[in-house]
Design a protein around this ligand. Sequence first.
Ligand SMILES: *Cc1c(COP(=O)(O)O)cnc(C)c1O
Length: 241
Amino acid sequence: MPTGQTDMTTIAARLQAVRARVAQAAHACGRRPEDITLLAVSKTWPAEDVRAAAEAGQGAFGENYVQEGIAKIATLAGMALEWHFIGPLQSNKSRDVAGHFDWIHSIDRLKLAERLSAQRPRAMKPLQVCVQVNVSGEESKSGVAPDEAVALAEAVGVLPGLQLRGLMCVPEPTDDQALLRSRFAELRRLLAVLKERGLAVDTLSMGMSHDLEVAIAEGATLVRVGTAIFGQRDYSHASRT
Ligand SMILES: *Cc1c(COP(=O)(O)O)cnc(C)c1O
């Protein structure tokens, strides 16, 4: 993991810049910045960088790899942070997520949700969940197909130990702003369908470092930002489990 390069001041300054981007994007489309949650994606970065961000006022962090995430959760247990699991999850690792995280954004099949439901310790608050939708079709692997998303969300929504909060997507990488916008619009449309069907959902998890403005213009309520806060990731030493 990178050491020594990213000091506290750098992370605090980058955080401030990202918050300013979120606020500006919100104002540009007549939304309130406080209606958009900033999730700091800390995957591959050490617990000390998370601590620096937390000391600069950041409360919610996203992780993609189970073992790496729970190690940081344990290290920073005294800080009352909120932890979101946002990566693809193998069923055999579901217990670690159920036992340690506050949120998961990457529910893409009922079997995984059923395992998390059964494994969520009842002493903990319900696990907050989003269904991940593959809005880019065959070009991306993760997520449920758009035409199956509503049925999956409805099935997830009744499971004990879980609280369905909404939908998440990661569009294919593209420089085509109109295409990107249409992907986010598709997720927004699906969330509206869930609301029409009476589900109490409030979360559109979409937008990352390079496209958070477009996502906010299309209604994102939570943006997941890594690089713009912590810097360019180096995967060579990361434990990818
Ligand atoms: C890594 C990751 C992010 C953050 O991406 P950046 O481009 O670094 O902001 C957001 N969402 C998911 C699902 C990720 O895996």
